[in-house]
Design a protein around this ligand. Structure first.
Ligand code: HEM
Length: 221
């Protein structure tokens, strides 16, 4: 879980960097250039299936761990009277107890996200992608597709904000717990990883929520 989780974080760093070009360059040229590179570079072509496998493994491991924890907790609660009065919330943070639910919210977001962008760019196409760019006719207008959807469908922006917040909360626990599992943590570093986890989660939640909000609000003023 730790290794697949940290691998997915690396993907998110690249993804957020590419997406931030939507904010920094309103001509769309930078984002279209980056999206074209991501879609055509052979190395990225190899990394993509690895990413998909990483995501699937992460989900399978999470399901097994959550199931095992649930079974253990049920045994503890039913067999030993002294555990009965213990509340589930004692000794653990809200995020650590709700990692699976947060993961399910992110997965739901991801399905909606992939249908709207990835699927169209890779398989079905979209008239917005055909709009001309000053980079030549073989470069799809990914900027037109992404920004038009965020402007036309306000509900989609809401879904992105929910997805980003769930991602931030998931990473808050995920980062330090990964390093703990890998054995790269002691009493002092546990505190440091916790701080690093908070910073990473704020950056990702803030960054991924900011982009659709920025596009939508800019179109209204
Ligand atoms: C501002 C928010 C976001 C924007 C504008 C955005 C945009 C895009 C676009 C345009 C694609 C298609 C790229 C292509 O096929 O070449 C894509 C793919 C993808 N996105 Fe996002 N994304 C955002 C947030 C997220 C978040 C929060 C996650 C994960 C939780 C995510 C995960 C993915 C994955 C797994 C793919 C498919 C892999 C790939 O094509 O590289 N995205 N995104």
């Amino acid at each position: 879980m730790s290794i697949t989780g940290l691998f997915l974080i690396l993907f998110l760093i690249v993804h957020l960097t590419v997406n931030s070009m939507i904010v920094f360059d309103s001509s769309g040229e930078l984002f279209n250039r980056a999206a074209h590179f991501m879609a055509t570079d052979p190395v990225i072509g190899i990394i993509e299936p690895v990413l998909a496998i990483g995501l699937i493994l992460h989900f399978i491991f999470a399901s097994i761990i959550t199931y095992n924890n649930q079974v253990k907790r049920d045994i503890n609660y039913s067999s030993f009277g002294r555990y009965k009065s213990r509340k589930a919330s004692e000794g653990s943070a809200w995020t650590s107890r709700n990692m699976y639910i947060l993961g399910a919210v992110i997965l739901t977001f991801l399905v909606i996200h992939l249908i709207n962008f990835f699927w169209k760019m890779k398989f079905t196409g979209d008239p917005l992608l055909e709009q001309s760019t000053n980079l030549g006719s073989d470069v799809e207008n990914a900027y037109a597709l992404v920004t038009t959807k965020f402007i036309e469908w306000k509900w989609l922006v809401g879904i992105y904000v929910i997805g980003a917040v769930a991602l931030g909360l998931h990473l808050h626990h995920g980062v330090w717990s990964s390093f703990q599992t890998l054995g790269w943590s002691n009493r002092r570093w546990r505190h440091n990883w916790n701080i690093i986890g908070i910073v990473i989660s704020i950056l990702f939640a803030g960054g991924f929520a900011f982009i659709p909000l920025f596009v939508m609000i800019k179109s209204m003023v």
